[in-house]
Design a protein around this ligand. Structure first.
Ligand code: ADP
Ligand code: MG
Length: 345
């Protein structure tokens, strides 16, 4: 089922939690809503679910305007960060719950529910644990039960709000891979909320980067990492540095000096680049700074630099330097970005 969010605004008090947000979610895709805390991710998910009503705008499930449909009518499946399993029910009863409480007209026969629960247990790799209670499971197992319960009702859309947020890093990583496989086998249209960029980039077909109730960019992991379209996305995803520059007749100037790169943007702007996208150089026309810290990483080295700023607090940034370069604390290094983006002021 494809979902279309059009011009959605959600106002809680006077402050908009979502400000005119539009998004097309494709049928069968796994899309991640990524943004810092308070950016509106949960609110957007709850609006899609029908747990919140929008102040303005519409939500379509396929061609159907679902904006005023109830949660039940929308038939969505949820998983939240904190396992909301029924503690007094076994794993099997938890998974089958959504089917058992259906009105008799649409409720499957008992034997059919049993079969479906058994298939789902198999799918989430928990066969054999059907008689356990939630407190007899690990955190990762509980979240897999929650997912099985969410898909048991054959939801039109699966909504996951930081489902692995409460688990430790190792289990999170395992579940991330597992969820991707599960998705590829079952094909549910899935909206996954996270504030963890690594999780979003690894897991999702497309990433929706959100900030302050707005969508900043929608794209594949490559799109948002390689061609961020705003200063926010550039700094939020991956490592980045930025400096104020002026471009005159195509030449880029920093503090009035030519830094040896050309850009089509004219006037004042902010130059953004990633630490890995620089080369060291002996040219006069280059950026330069003093090394304050040198850090060895697995296959590379990071130099932290202070760049003089006309008597103000220096600009501080990081560049990656080759292992064989002679770069030490206190040295001055000259460098030039090889890939960059200028955002006009
Ligand atoms: P996220 O999930 O990205 O952390 P939320 O969607 O939870 O962000 O919140 C977005 C904004 O809306 C925040 O400023 C939050 O304080 C506000 N907000 C969310 N829910 C409510 C609510 N029920 N009442 C008032 N403000 C809310
Ligand atoms: Mg949230």
């Amino acid at each position: 089922m494809d979902v279309k969010v059009t011009n959605i605004t959600k106002q809680f008090d006077r402050f908009p939690a979502l400000d005119n947000v539009s998004l097309d979610i494709r049928s069968g895709e796994l899309i991640a809503l990524l943004g810092p805390s308070g950016s509106g991710k949960t609110t957007l998910l709850r609006l899609i679910a029908g747990l919140e009503q929008p102040t303005g705008g519409q939500i379509f499930f396929g061609d159907e305007d679902a904006s005023h449909r109830s949660v039940q009518e929308r038939n969505v499946g949820f998983v939240f960060q904190h396992y909301a399993l029924f503690r007094h029910m076994t794993v099997a009863d938890n998974i089958g719950f959504g089917l058992k409480v259906r009105p008799s007209s649409s409720r499957p026969a008992k034997s059919e529910i049993r079969k479906r629960v058994s298939d789902l247990l198999d799918m989430v790799h928990l066969s054999g644990l059907e008689s356990r209670y939630p407190n007899q499971l690990s955190g990762g197992q509980r979240q897999r039960v929650a997912l099985a319960r969410a898909v048991a009702i054959e939801p039109r859309v699966l909504l996951l709000d930081e489902p692995f947020g409460a688990l430790d890093a190792k289990v999170r990583k395992e579940l991330r891979r597992w969820l991707r496989e599960f998705h590829d086998r079952t094909g549910h249209t899935t909206v996954f909320v996270t504030h963890d960029q690594e999780e979003a980039l690894e897991l999702a077909d497309r990433v929706v980067v959100m900030s302050q109730g707005k969508i900043e960019q929608v794209g594949t992991a490559d799109d948002v990492y390689d061609t961020p379209n705003s200063p926010f996305v550039f700094s939020f995803i991956g490592e980045s540095s930025n400096l104020p520059v002026t471009i005159r007749d195509g030449h880029m100037l920093f503090q009035g000096e030519n830094i040896g790169i050309r850009d089509a943007c004219e006037g004042d702007g902010d130059l953004f680049f990633r630490p890995e996208d620089v080369v060291l150089t002996d040219d006069r026309d280059a950026l330069y700074g003093k090394v304050t810290i040198c850090r060895r990483l697995a296959g590379t080295r990071i130099a932290e630099l202070d760049i003089a700023n006309n008597g103000h607090e220096p600009h501080h940034l990081e560049i990656e330097v080759p292992l064989d370069a002679t770069v030490a604390v206190g040295n001055e290094v000259r460098f030039r970005p090889t890939r960059w983006k200028v955002f006009r002021k």
